[in-house]
Design a protein around this ligand. Structure first.
Ligand code: MEV
Length: 326
């Protein structure tokens, strides 16, 4: 097989620091790429094959969307990752970004970061029913991403419009800070939780107030990030968690982990869609936070940020730690 016949790509996972759910309605949000990656080895193929098995009808919507948008033939994908599936850490966005880059390379299409971010966003929209570009832009570009942040903060990357929403995506500098992720082990796919919030918002004006308030405190949090003020950022993260709980997207396991880490943290909150999945803590005591997470039934992961976005790889790891989001 020559090198044109097979491409290996990878993209990082992400954690949302502030603004999940409200960002779906065009409010601001901040996310960071994390040092866990999704690897895809992609080849042209007669049939649509995923990890050695022919894909059944309706499965793998992210990959199908990207094949369709790029108007290319079937592919065989071997995917490996250490990002837990449906954990709030961006496994499906990282899958989408890495598949888009691989398909573009394999079929000699334009390789452009913005176009990859658009492919990945469309794939999330198709698979979830509704989405914002926060996850897919972060997994594509890497490092730190802000959406609809105040003018003058960061470097504008691209703008995505869908329905009545406009998301201005910006690359931001984030001072070095230590975050610990606590994974509940509860598989929580994003689509149904996003839909639950949509229904709540439709039925109840009060939900729109919560979404507006999350937007407002996210702007305050962006200011704290700019100042490198961990106390202030942590406090805003915890307020964000309380608002997300009122919105109905937390659960007992997440609340238990958030409460357990607060004595050792500047602040803590669920990250991603909630309903299970993961929480994050901003801390200067990572060992104590990991221990608290472990003692309360979670799986701790100290994550490093400033991570590179989607890229071509020479090789991929042979096995991943978690099942795939496929
Ligand atoms: C999921 O990681 C983040 C949500 O805001 C959904 C989205 O933005 O697409 C819940």
């Amino acid at each position: 097989m020559n090198e044109q016949d097979c491409v290996i790509t990878s993209a990082p996972g992400k954690m949302i620091v502030l603004g999940e759910h409200s960002v779906v309605y065009g409010k601001p949000a901040v996310a960071l790429a994390i040092d866990r990656r999704f690897y895809c080895r992609v080849q042209k193929s007669q049939d649509f094959i995923v990890n050695g098995h022919r894909a059944i009808a309706g499965s793998h919507p992210h990959i199908r969307s990207i094949i369709h948008d790029n108007k290319v033939g079937n592919i065989s994908v071997n995917a490996v990752t250490d990002i837990p599936a449906s954990s709030g850490l961006g496994s499906s966005a990282a899958l989408s970004s890495s598949i888009s880059l691989a398909i573009r390379k394999l079929f000699n299409k334009e390789i452009d970061e913005e176009e990859i971010a658009r492919d990945a966003f469309n794939a999330e929209w198709f698979a979830q029913g509704r989405a914002s570009p926060i996850d897919t832009s972060t997994c594509t570009h890497g490092k730190g991403i802000a959406i609809n942040n105040p003018e003058g903060m960061g470097r504008p990357l691209w703008e995505i419009n869908k329905g009545e929403n406009t998301w201005k995506v910006t690359d931001i500098d984030v001072p070095k800070m230590t975050f610990v992720v606590g994974y509940t082990g509860i598989h929580a796919p994003t689509g149904p939780i996003v839909e639950k919030v949509r229904k709540f918002k439709e039925r109840n004006g009060f939900a729109s107030d919560i979404i507006d308030e999350i937007g407002l405190i996210t702007l305050l949090g962006m200011n704290a990030i700019r100042r490198g003020d961990k106390e202030d950022l942590g406090d805003i993260m915890t307020r964000n968690h309380k608002l997300l709980s009122i919105l109905g997207v937390s659960c007992n396991e997440l609340n238990k982990l958030v409460n357990a880490v607060l004595p050792h943290s500047f602040g803590a909150k669920l990250t991603g869609s909630g309903g299970g999945g993961s929480m994050i803590a901003l801390t200067d005591e990572p060992d104590a936070v990991c221990e608290a997470i472990r003692l309360h039934g979670g799986i701790p992961m100290v994550v490093h940020t400033e991570t590179e976005g989607v890229r071509v790889e020479e090789t991929a790891p042979r096995t991943g730690a978690f099942p795939l989001p496929l």
